[in-house]
Design a protein around this ligand. Structure first.
Ligand SMILES: [Fe+2]
Ligand SMILES: [Fe+2]
Length: 191
């Protein structure tokens, strides 16, 4: 249902639970980046009317998530700041084709896959973290990320026919799964 080509390696969950403070800081960066992705699409494609309101809503929701993670960091005495990011999202988006309208389709599908992977991993974290408050927080987020995944897929269907969307989604999903196997073993949401 999430269109992922392969599940997360259980070693990722063990690493994330062992380095939760680092994962929480990275998570805050990811929410900020998700808002920025939606906003940058708004700036780049102002003529795509069907995209405008859904992307604006998405950007706002991601900023609310960002603020929620900042509050969790503060409660735990952790500081937000610079952190080496995982190359995952940059490498995934690098697979987007250069010409329009294929580029827009690919950017929407990459965003859909990132949301799907986040959703899958929030579920793993919710089941694995010992802190019940944090587990509840992850459970709440996984529902939003599943919805965001669906929003990006609907937007993709606004810019291409269903068969092209399906075919390209499968290709990019296989690419996403292979990228994850090559990622540095960092304690990051997408490593
Ligand atoms: Fe989010
Ligand atoms: Fe999201």
């Amino acid at each position: 249902m999430l269109s992922l080509a392969a599940p997360t390696d259980p070693a990722w969950t063990a690493r994330a639970v062992a380095h939760l403070p680092e994962v929480l800081v990275d998570h805050a960066h990811c929410e900020k980046k998700a808002a920025s992705t939606a906003l940058s699409l708004l700036f780049r494609y102002p003529e795509r009317e069907a995209l405008l309101a859904p992307l604006s809503r998405l950007a706002r929701e991601e900023l609310v998530h960002f603020e929620q993670v900042l509050a969790l960091l503060a409660q735990r005495g952790l500081r937000f700041g610079h952190q080496r990011p995982s190359p995952y999202a940059g490498r995934l988006v690098a697979a987007a084709r250069p010409r329009e309208p294929e580029r827009l389709l690919d950017l929407l599908l990459c965003a859909a896959l990132i949301e799907a992977r986040s959703c899958e991993r929030f579920r793993l974290l919710a089941e694995a973290v010992p802190d019940p408050e944090l587990a509840d927080f992850y459970r709440g987020l996984l529902a939003s990320e599943a919805r965001h995944h669906g929003v990006y897929l609907e937007l993709a269907r606004e810019v291409a026919d269903a068969a092209s969307v399906r075919e390209r989604l499968e290709e990019l999903a296989r690419h996403e799964a292979s990228l994850l196997r090559e990622m540095p073993r960092l304690a990051r949401m997408h490593a």
